[in-house]
Ligand binder design. Structure first.
Ligand code: V47
Ligand code: SF4
Length: 366
C-alpha cells in the first residue's frame, strides 16, 4: 500500500521547487542534492520542461557540424580516456596540416557551419601548428565557425610557447578561433581530479582559463563528465561553480552533460550510466543553471532516442550531424558516428517541437 506520508513529503518538496522555478528564484545546493535523491523522475522532468519552455519556447536546436580530432597522442593519460595514446602505440595518430585540409575538402560541398576541433596534448606540436591550422581552415571555409580547443589545450599552449594565457588567446583569435567547446571541465573537484586525472589542469585553473577566454570576448560551452566515481554533491558543486562564473562573465552558451563510457579505459569495471541518471542529470542541470540558455542532449553519448526523450527533460539541443566522432567511440559508444539532418529533424518534430537549424551562437540558419 502507498504510504500517504511519503506522498506528502514528495509533494511538499516539489511544490517548494516549483514555487522557486516559476518565480525565478535560484535553486540552492540543497535543492539540487534533494532533486538527485528524489526517485520522482517525472516531476523533475516536468519542472525542467517548464524551465526549458520559459527560455526556448517551442524550439529545439541542432547544428550541421564537423568534428576534427587532430591527434590522439596525449601526455595527460586521464584514466577515463579511451581515446589517448602514447606516441609509439599502434593506434597513435597526428594529422598534418595537409591531412586537416583534406578532411575539410572531403566535406566542402556540405552546408557545414561549425568545425569542432580538439585533440590531445602532443609534445611534437608547437604553437605554430595551431595557428597555421586555424588560418588554413579559415581560408578554405571562411564562413564556418571554428569552435576549437579546450581550456586544457589553451593552458598547454601557454606552457609550450612561453606566452601568457591571455596572449595565447589573442593570437588564436587573430588566427581564426571563433569559439571554444566545453571540454576538459570533467568534474570541478580536486578529489576527483587527483584520483582520475592528476596531470590535467586543476578545476580552478579550468575556470581561470575560461574566465580569461570570456574576457577576450570568445564564448565557450561547458561540460560535466558524470557517471564514474563522482558524488551527487560533487556534481551539484560543479554546476554551482559554472553558474557563478556565468554570473560574472555571461560567456557560456550551452551546457553539455557527458555520460561516462568506461569501455577501453582504466575504469572499465564501472557500469554504464542509466537512462534515469542521464535524464535526471539533464533536468537538474537545466534547473540549477538558470543563467544558461541552452542544455544539450549529446546523442553521441546517450543515444539518439534517449536524447530525443531528453527534450521533455530540459534539453533544447541535440548537437549535430557530426559524422566522425572519435572520443566516445574509442570508449565503446555504440551510437552512429554521424546522423543525417533529416533524422535529427524528425526526432525533434516527433517530440512535438519545432526544429531549428542553428549556427554556433544559436542564430537560425536559413
Ligand atoms: O573533455 C573523454 C569527455 C570531452 C570520455 O562544447 C568522455 O559543444 C565519456 O567536450 N566517456 C570532449 N566522455 C567532448 C566535449 C564536447 C562534446 C560535444 C560537444 C561539446 C561542445 C563538447 O569528452 C572530454 C571529456 O570530458 N570524455 N573520454 C569517455 N570515455
Ligand atoms: Fe588527453 Fe584529453 Fe584524453 Fe585526458 S581526456 S588523456 S587530456 S585526450
Amino acid at each position: 500500500m502507498l504510504k500517504k506520508n511519503n506522498l506528502n513529503i514528495s509533494t511538499k518538496f516539489f511544490a517548494g521547487i516549483k514555487d522557486k522555478v516559476v518565480n525565478g528564484i535560484r535553486l540552492t545546493v540543497e535543492d539540487g542534492i534533494n532533486l538527485y535523491k528524489s526517485p520522482d523522475l517525472i516531476s523533475i522532468g516536468a519542472l525542467a520542461d517548464y524551465a526549458r519552455k520559459k527560455k526556448c519556447g517551442n524550439k529545439a536546436y541542432y547544428i550541421y557540424n564537423q568534428h576534427i580530432n587532430y591527434t590522439n597522442i596525449c601526455i595527460n593519460q586521464c584514466l577515463f580516456c579511451a581515446y589517448s595514446r602514447k606516441k609509439n602505440q599502434p593506434e597513435a595518430f597526428l594529422y598534418s596540416i595537409e591531412d586537416i585540409k583534406q578532411k575539410i575538402y572531403e566535406r566542402i560541398d556540405e552546408p557545414i557551419t561549425e568545425l569542432h576541433i580538439v585533440g590531445g596534448l602532443n609534445p611534437e606540436l608547437d604553437f605554430n601548428y595551431y595557428l597555421t591550422m586555424l588560418k588554413t581552415i579559415k581560408l578554405i571555409r571562411p564562413n564556418a565557425v571554428i569552435k576549437a580547443f579546450t581550456a586544457v589545450e589553451i593552458d598547454y599552449l601557454a606552457r609550450i610557447s612561453g606566452l601568457s594565457i591571455q596572449q595565447v588567446i589573442k593570437k588564436l583569435k587573430q588566427a581564426g578561433l571563433d569559439m571554444m567547446p566545453g571540454g576538459g571541465a570533467e568534474v570541478l573537484s580536486d578529489t576527483i581530479r587527483k584520483k582520475l586525472f592528476p596531470k590535467k589542469i586543476s578545476g580552478s585553473k579550468w575556470l581561470q582559463v575560461i574566465k580569461a577566454v570570456h574576457k577576450e570576448k570568445i564564448k565557450t560551452n561547458a561540460t560535466m563528465l558524470y557517471g564514474h566515481i563522482e558524488t551527487i554533491e560533487e556534481r551539484i558543486s560543479h554546476l554551482i561553480q559554472l553558474r557563478e562564473l556565468q554570473d560574472e562573465t555571461n560567456g557560456f552558451i550551452a551546457f553539455i552533460p557527458l555520460a561516462f563510457h568506461s569501455q577501453n579505459t582504466k575504469l572499465s569495471r564501472l557500469p554504464a550510466t542509466t537512462a534515469v541518471d542521464d535524464l535526471k542529470t539533464i533536468a537538474i542541470s537545466r534547473l540549477m543553471l538558470d543563467n544558461f540558455n541552452h542544455i544539450k542532449a549529446y546523442w553521441v553519448m546517450i543515444g539518439a532516442k534517449l536524447a530525443q526523450t531528453a527534450l521533455f527533460f530540459g534539453a533544447d539541443d541535440l548537437d549535430g550531424t557530426i559524422i566522425e566522432e572519435k572520443i566516445t567511440h574509442f570508449a565503446g559508444a555504440k551510437t552512429a558516428k554521424g546522423l543525417t539532418e533529416e533524422y535529427i529533424k524528425n526526432l525533434i518534430v516527433k517530440a512535438g517541437l519545432t526544429p531549428v537549424c542553428r549556427d554556433s551562437f544559436y542564430n537560425p540558419v536559413a
